[in-house]
Write a protein that binds this ligand. Structure first.
Ligand SMILES: [Zn+2]
Length: 337
């Protein structure tokens, strides 16, 4: 019997008591603990039916750092956002038994990831698409930091951030978050991002392999191509752009970012979440350093000592896209052993 089968049997055994109880108590087709909490099944014609949209879970352990996809979701070179991206091909209002939509989405719109083929045509030809991106980089401990608000991310800024060696994933929160640029449908070229020398400093002096930023490009507009070229040249750094970093404290989290498996695509919409507790890591191994840069932007960074950086919580992570107005979504699922 393979490990998978053992796990499957174990999961079924675990579920039996819940299933039995819920079947006894109600006619619901799902176990108790799901649904609206009333104990009654929710009728399909129930007018009080109201979906919940959460940015964080009830205990604020899970933060959704993905922007919703709506017609106003911004994309480079557009003043109108992505526009109508969903088409209801088959509609229940028109007599069909189900609703069935199609989506048309620019792969670099909203919260998304860049693959090396985005800026290097030879990488594109060789197949360095989003399906080749390393899930071990996209999932694991990450540092969320504030950067100085009055400039782009230069080598000088990178130096001042004092990001310790060994940190592999950093989410840079900038003035873009304060200006709520991702909430505006028109592409705004005055956003801040990495200048070429800042990108080069990151490559030369840090172990960072996941760079997250809060607008549509990690590169400042003035260095749009050069900064991308520096970061993507080695094919080992993953760029996650358009993150929703408001209302999350700086600090260390477990990040889970899952792009779609779009073969041949140099970018993909991505769902990213932050989980506050690093369950696999004892709290003793974390040391609150409290070191703050001269400008006071780096707050409460927890520096990591003697820590196995690839310890990440085990479990199932299944992350659909944030498609507003749609009953289904492509999803990326992973299991962490
Ligand atoms: Zn991109």
């Amino acid at each position: 019997m393979s490990t998978f089968h053992v796990l499957l049997v174990w999961a079924l055994v675990q579920a039996i008591p819940f299933l039995a109880v819920s079947i006894l108590l109600s006619d619901c087709a799902y176990p108790s603990g799901y649904g609206d909490g009333s104990g009654n099944c929710v009728g399909v014609a129930d007018v009080s039916l109201k979906p919940q949209r959460r940015e964080a879970d009830e205990n604020e352990n899970i933060f959704d750092i993905t922007h919703k996809f709506t017609p106003h979701t911004p994309v480079g070179d557009s003043t109108e956002g992505i526009g109508q991206f969903l088409t209801l091909l088959t509609s229940m209002k028109n007599g069909s038994d189900y609703n069935f939509s199609e989506m048309k989405l620019p792969v670099h719109s909203g919260t998304h990831v860049d693959a090396p083929g985005h800026m290097y045509d030879n990488y594109f030809d060789e197949g360095y698409d989003v399906d080749t991106l390393d899930l071990r980089v996209l999932n694991g401990p990450a540092l969320l930091i504030d950067v100085p608000r009055d400039k782009n991310i230069t080598a000088e800024v990178m130096k001042s951030l004092n990001i310790p060696k060994g940190v592999r994933r950093v989410l840079f929160r900038t003035l873009n978050t304060d200006r709520r640029l991702m909430y505006k449908k028109e592409f705004d070229t005055s956003y801040v991002g990495f200048m070429k020398d800042g990108a080069q400093w990151l490559v030369d002096n840090t172990d960072i392999k996941l760079v997250g930023i809060d607008y549509l490009s990690v590169a400042a507009f003035a260095d749009l191509i050069p900064s991308h070229l520096v970061l993507l040249r080695g094919r080992d750094i993953i760029l996650v752009e358009g993150l929703k970093l408001d209302d999350v404290q700086p600090g260390i989290y477990s990040v889970h970012c899952l792009p779609l498996r779009l073969v041949g695509a140099e970018g993909s919409p991505i769902r990213c979440i932050l989980i506050k507790e690093l369950k696999a890591i004892s709290r003793k191994s974390l040391r609150l350093d409290g070191r703050v840069s001269a400008e006071g932007w780096v707050q409460d960074i927890i520096f990591i000592e003697g820590l196995k950086l690839d310890d990440i919580p085990t479990g199932l992570y299944s992350v659909p896209l944030r498609l507003v107005g749609e009953g289904g979504s492509p999803i990326r699922c992973i299991l962490i052993k």
